[in-house]
Write a protein that binds this ligand. Structure first.
Ligand code: PEP
Length: 254
């Protein structure tokens, strides 16, 4: 039995369309899960997804959010707008946004606070790249991402998730071993104790992401500090994603 309710999030990135939405949502209709399940489609499909959700327990998430509330910021989407669209969580600082769109720890910090202020769940993504792992500086990279990305964040008793996504594991088929995941998640929880105190750190969920599939789900989620999964490629196959969610739900109560 898991100490914290598992959470499984699908990150569709720049993939999918109406067909995938219909098939994915249909596979969840009428089913109960003892885990929180969310899909983050491209923004444009959120409203389409909403109309199908009445009969399922699925949540909608966004892959990004603006640090701004409103104004002359072409191409941005605010937390308030996402909330109005029915979104309940936002990924912040995914490694692809850090690498390709100049996302910084300070920018992530502003986004995390904005998301909290609007009553949504922020999922702050952190993780080292291959070079950093080989140089043995994983912990110092994560320390900086967490302490800068969460400095002076006011949680107001609200929820926050951290997604540990080693960059070398994303889309490569080389998932972290359950032992590596547990070791890093434990380190992240220690940082959350420093930032928010023991009681809060023990309630916050830490997700693992990077080449998750139905074959490695059970072992990863069996680790005491792995509270959820962020799933990229495997979430584009509705049957595969459903199997991952079912395993997470079963582990929650096993
Ligand atoms: C991701 O990019 O968030 C991710 C976890 O991708 P994948 O599962 O394809 O490695």
């Amino acid at each position: 039995m898991k100490q914290r309710k598992p959470i499984v999030i699908a990150n569709w990135k720049l993939n999918g369309g109406l067909d995938l939405i219909c098939v994915s949502v249909a596979s969840f209709i009428g089913k109960h899960f003892d885990a929180d399940i969310a899909i983050c489609p491209p923004y444009i499909y959120m409203r389409d997804m909403m109309t199908f959700l009445q009969f399922s327990e699925l949540h909608i998430g966004s892959q990004n959010v603006s640090r701004f509330e409103s104004g002359a910021y072409t191409g941005e989407t605010s937390a308030q707008m996402l909330r109005e669209a029915g979104c309940s969580l936002c990924l912040v600082g995914h490694s692809e946004r850090r690498a390709m769109f100049g996302e910084t720890n300070e920018g992530c910090r502003i986004k995390v606070q904005t998301v909290i202020n609007h009553g949504l769940l922020p999922v702050l993504c952190v993780g080292e790249n291959q070079q950093e792992r080989e140089a043995n500086i994983t912990e110092s990279v994560l320390y900086q991402q967490l302490h800068e990305g969460l400095a002076n964040i006011e949680l107001h008793d609200k929820d926050l998730c951290i997604a540990y996504e080693p960059v070398w594991a994303i889309g490569t088929g080389l998932a972290a071993t359950p032992q590596i995941a547990q070791q890093v998640h434990q380190f992240i929880r220690t940082q959350l104790v420093e930032l928010f105190g023991t009681a809060t750190a023990n309630r916050l969920r830490i997700l693992y992401g990077g080449s998750v599939n139905k074959m490695n789900t059970r072992e990863l989620l069996s680790q005491p500090d792995v509270d959820g999964l962020l799933v990229g490629g495997a979430s584009l196959d509705p049957g595969h994603f459903l199997t991952i969610c079912r395993q997470a739900s079963d582990l929650a109560v096993a």
